[in-house]
Design a protein around this ligand. Sequence first.
Ligand SMILES: O=P(O)(O)OC[C@H]1O[C@](O)(CO)[C@@H](O)[C@@H]1O
Length: 547
Amino acid sequence: MQKVNPTQTKAWKALQEHFNEVKNLEMKTLFEDDSRAEAFSISWEDFYVDYSKNRITSTTKSLLLDLAKEMKLEDAKHAYFNGSEINETEGRAVMHTALRQPTQATVEINGQNVITEVNEVKEKIKGFCDTVISGSHKGFTGKAITDVVNIGIGGSDLGPNMVAEALAYYHNHLKVHFISNVDGDHVHESLKYLNPETTLFVIVSKTFTTQETLSNANTARKWFLSKVAGTVQEGEAVAKHFVAVSTNEEAVKEFGIDPNNVFTMWDWVGGRFSLWSSVGLSIALAVGFENFDKMLAGAHKADEHFKNTELEENIPVLMALVTVWYNNFFKAESEAIIPYSQYLNRFAAYLQQAIMESNGKSVDRNGNAVDYQTGQIVWGEPGTNSQHAFFQLIHQGTKLIPTHFIGFKSSLHGDVDHHNKLMANFFAQTEALMNGKTEEEAREELESTNMDASAIEKLVPFKVFDGNKPTTTILIDKLTPESLGSLIAIYEHKIFTEGILWNIFSYDQWGVELGKQLAKNVLTDLNSDSIASHDSSTTALINRYKS
Ligand SMILES: O=P(O)(O)OC[C@H]1O[C@](O)(CO)[C@@H](O)[C@@H]1O
């Protein structure tokens, strides 16, 4: 893989010069060209991606595409899809895309077709889901399972949790719960409402060494065993109520989970890209394997689009290029993601890990400190709630916040009145963000209210909206398992593309290690009479906590 500093490319230099020329450009004037929406949008399957309300011209687009070419994006894509060890610092391939390949596909990693194993695990997931959903899998008192509790954190929680909420409309009778935080109040609050006779715990940890997950799993097991006590043999009861998802079979066994109850995964699936693997077991239980498989098929379609479509029509590529444009030239620090669907309540939280754990890096692929900005801050909440929370800052604040609007042509419950209101807001916001409101318009509006002239003049400055705020709109026909799969995969490939453009490794996460290590030392301090040496602030805080 090429390891070139992007700022040293010809395209970057050209982009810098071009930026100086167009940085004050008003998007409104660009729309004097009626063909703009068509020229800066992509129709693909049931997706319509409109990136025309961005501060880009056709020259910007072609220079950004030059950058992608100079950074050898096509070669990088080839390495990504062909099982090369692109996660160099961990010596691993990055092949979550293999998990959504059709069953008859061939995908080789180290000369071995991994699809055979992938199919076996999918069959196991399917078989297990069928028995739990149908009620033939019985708990220790012979009752069918009613509640599934996913215990995991990070990629072993955020993905399944986000999708389980996103596909709530497609759920069967099983209630799914998620326990992640090591905060004991999380697990104890959740257990309060559960019946041990009808609860299935799914312990999800790729490494099976994660403190939070093991603590929560131990607490859940203790609670469970306290309810079983004296009724049946403990081991048998645990086997009926605890399953695990992990690559670490040894540690799972040590924890006391029957090896038959382990759903495996592979080191070529990164935690934050693992919801497509057995990490998605809770999703498959909640919506049935058929729907889970449809989600995989939707993601596969997006993989094919990303792999085979020329760069100029490639959705993840163009979205990544637009991000780089704002991040590196306009110096925008963040990007907001606003789904106009309550079902996508957790989408921004999920993307925070996917994007920020991947591209929050300050060392390039050669091991040198970067001298340019990398991963942007990502945040968001569903519309219209977010309009009544932080949109003020996007409209009239001092920061430039490129915003993604994600909406659907039809609602799932079919309430047209509600949906029209929701989508009216969706369309109006992007229009308002772009057009803003001039001083004249603000004055005219106030004049129509019979306010006296001096009061009007006082108020006018506060009523002005600068506009020219960039948005990208993704309009999808309907929220289905397929379209959700495609949407997630599009963002995954956007992450990959950005990593290539920034010359960073997107698939490791060394930055989360230091805090974990120090927490271990502090825990020793908390559990002993003396404390090790810390800075005076940390020492005082620990002493205060212990007193
Ligand atoms: O599945 P595991 O091994 O418990 O890891 C959980 C999470 O911890 C991290 O390693 C770091 O937060 C994530 O990348 C991962 O998703």
